[in-house]
Ligand binder design. Structure first.
Ligand SMILES: Cc1ncc(COP(=O)(O)O)c(C=O)c1O
Length: 394
């Protein structure tokens, strides 16, 4: 049989893409499960709740009506109107549905925004730790990530003064993510305002990944659009509406940039799924009680998990108030988070994400996701505690 020399045929940029370690942990955990092991999953950032019935019914009804064709490349107008209305209701800001491009998840939206903005050598300022995929998008498109290092001592907060130190003639965008994956940090209005001031003064747009919007457990939430319109906002339905597998998200961009993003979408994706867009309308315009219940449940789990992790001596610093993650300092056990997470998986049967997935600023840390039942979290914490006690005695 002909054997392909992948080194010859694959591009350098493909070879340079690092693995998404959380997916590798998940796959190793699944392999152990097929061997009969019982694993507690605290690694993947995916809601454990089912999508609400009225959202599923809307998709089925749309298929029944024959809504199975291409839609407008920017997405169904009714969905874009619902998105604009949701920002209006939550934040009191006026947007035009024509500023919205509906995508198949936030991930393609990120790719499109970076594609639209970046030339070779352009720099994108982002926090470290950061969502694992950010630098890979940037590098793949010829850009360079420039990191603002944050840690638990400063509440993993990206502060405007620190960002100012990272500005260079090549800075093309400032990327923020609040509530944050992996830290659970929620940016203050003052920080958002400070970054917005830099964006306007230096004419550098902010790319604001707001995928965890709504998942906050205290205080008010904000969008960058309250402070500046020099921003590209990414958002989607995966997290708040428990719709990861539906693949639905959107970009809100300055009116002047819509055409560029629309052309990218037309060429590379055409449009997002028609009946999934109809489900998105039901999610935004339908009853929201299930969302409120999920948030309450996440909060109970968050408090429980934090108490347990702190009790085990895994430091957390400032209390994470958003998303569904806790990033805990495990450096007293190991400085190699990948190796430590492999051992926790193999020896304790608990899948956790190694901090290194989120940049060298999180090496020695572990990310725990509380989108799992309280019973499973309890079992996971008990197993982890027993593992760490043994480590201590070693
Ligand atoms: C910060 C952040 N951005 C984007 C995504 C991708 O979300 P989507 O399912 O909308 O592609 C994730 C998924 O975990 C995430 O954590």
């Amino acid at each position: 049989m002909f054997s392909i020399n992948s080194e010859c045929i694959l591009s350098k940029k493909t070879e340079d893409i690092p693995p998404f370690y959380v997916m590798e942990v998940l796959e190793s955990a699944q392999a152990l499960e097929t061997e009969g092991r019982h694993i507690i999953h605290l690694e993947v950032g995916e809601p454990d709740f089912p999508t609400a019935p009225h959202i599923c019914e809307a998709a089925c009804a749309a298929i029944g009506r024959g809504s199975t064709k291409y839609t407008h490349s920017q997405g169904l107008l009714a969905l874009r109107e619902a998105i604009v209305e949701s920002y209006q209701n939550k934040f009191g800001i006026e947007l035009d549905p024509n500023q919205v491009i509906v995508t198949s998840g936030t991930s393609p939206g990120l790719l499109m925004v970076f594609m639209a903005l970046l030339e070779k050598r352009d720099e994108v300022i982002m926090s470290n730790p950061h969502y694992a995929c950010y630098p890979n998008f940037v590098k793949c498109l010829g850009g360079t990530p420039v990191y603002v290092y944050t840690n638990e001592a400063n509440g993993f907060s990206v502060e405007p003064e620190t960002v100012r130190h990272c500005l260079s003639p090549y800075t093309k965008a400032i990327l923020i993510n609040s509530p944050s994956n992996p830290t659970g940090h929620v940016m203050s209005p003052e920080s958002l305002q400070g970054l917005a001031a830099i964006a306007e003064e230096k004419e550098i747009p902010i790319i604001s990944d707001e995928i965890y919007q709504g998942l906050i457990y205290s205080g008010e939430e904000h969008t960058i659009l309250e402070y500046t319109n020099n921003a590209f906002v990414l958002n989607g339905f995966s997290k708040l509406y428990a719709m990861t597998g539906w693949r639905l998200g959107y970009i809100i961009c300055p009116p002047e940039c819509v055409r560029a993003l629309q052309k990218i979408h037309q060429n590379f994706f055409i449009c997002s799924n028609s009946f999934v867009q109809e489900a998105g309308i039901a999610a935004l315009k339908g009853p929201q009680e299930h969302v409120a219940e999920m948030i309450q449940t996440y909060n109970t789990r968050r408090q429980y998990m934090l108490k347990r992790l702190l009790g085990m001596g895994l430091d957390v610093g400032k209390e994470p108030m958003g998303a569904f993650y806790v990033l805990a300092d495990a450096r007293k056990y190991s400085n190699n988070s990948l190796e430590l997470s492999r051992r926790i998986l193999n020896e304790a049967g608990v899948a956790v994400t190694p901090g290194i997935d989120f940049g060298n600023g999180a090496e020695g840390y572990l990310r725990f996701c509380y989108a799992n039942s309280i019973e499973n979290i309890k079992e996971g914490m008990d197993r982890l505690e027993a593992f760490l006690e043994k480590e201590h005695d070693r």
